[in-house]
Write a protein that binds this ligand. Sequence first.
Ligand code: DLL
Length: 431
Amino acid sequence: MIYDKIETLSVDELRTMQSGRLCTLVQRLYRDVPFYKTAFEKKGIHPDDIKGIEDISKLPFTKKADLRDNYPYKMFAKPMNEISRIHASSGTTGKPTVVGYTQKDLDIFDEVVARSLVAAGARPGMKLHNAYGYGLFTGGLGMHGGATKLGMAVIPVSGGMTERQLTILQDFKPEVMCCTPSYAQTLSEEFAKRNIDTKNLAVQYAILGAEPWTEAIREQVEAGLNVTATNIYGLSEIIGPGVSQEDFEEKGTGSYVWEDHFFPEVVDKDTGAPLPYGQEGVLVFTTLTKEAFPLIRYWTNDICSIYYDKNAKRNYVKMSSIKGRSDDMLIIRGVNLFYTQVEEVIRNTDFAEPNYQLIVTREGTMDKVEVLVEVSQHIDHNNTDLQHQLKGKIKDSIGLSMDISLQAYGSIERSQGGKLKRIFDRRELGG
Ligand code: DLL
């Protein structure tokens, strides 16, 4: 099933639609948002130079720093009396990024989340256990709106209070659940601890996103919660969850980007040059239809590739799972490292769990990574053979020598409901 016949457009039809939308957008932003007028002029381009989507790379990028410089409302393209909702994403440092929506923007938000829910396996009449946080974070309210539009009953649990989540999952019998992948790990383990057989739950589909995750976590969560788990991606600046979604019948082949609204490009992280399909780089989005907070070529910092999948149900472009954020990438003795790479290696052992932390320190001029990783239940974490095995596997596949510290099962901090921190960079603290 698909949610709307717009998902069956051909690539040519999509391009025509995107071209019309982009031309209207650039005219409007040049007129209404001083930041864009200046940015266009700096690049020496005029909106009339943009004749179609193929001209997109002539346009300037928008970066997080631009949003910060225009905090809180100067990037808004509509007056405040037309704004229906405001969300914000809290960065690691400084002020949050503030985003606004008109009622039409909220309708589009509902539409793309409804499409995503259907792609994930949800159907009208099912119940959604929504464990994304409600509040300034876009996850809770974003999924809520889309599920309502689809005709689901929403259970607005929000994140946290794990005991209560377990009760609701058992008693309210939702067929679909959504939360961060790390919180799905927590829920799965808490059921196991209580010897509750998840085969008796009604839940069939889990829609996981808001942080990078790999097949290691998918396997753990699918087995632990007895669900089919798919990836949902999004960011506040572009709309929230529902920028892209994996189809439950095409698991592992990437997520459809709803490119009639959000046009993706992948560019070189150093030069900004557009990269061909299939090549990994920084994901950049142009919002083609948003009214209140449209962005041109927004530099997400997320690293992935985009490509067309000939065997797919829809003609929309797909994106690979996110390897990490370029600002979270560690450069250790000249080697680039994302934590998802360590997660992939853990998957290829039969004694460790995807519960881990990377601790980065500096000794003199040498950067060091220590991996704290949990062993599976009933495995001795003092087993030095296993420690050496993992060290070897990491060295072979990533090319870096890391210190491995095996930890007892259950001893590494779990997600309490939201995004989980996995990198602890202690270099600024002097090691
Ligand atoms: O995390 C929106 C969201 C809510 C997405 C619920 C999915 C589900 P922000 O808080 O603005 O918005 O954070 C956006 O989170 O740039 C990525 O770095 C990361 N991210 C989001 N989804 C995924 C995913 C929401 N599926 C930032 N895989 C993005 C990897 C993700 N990273």
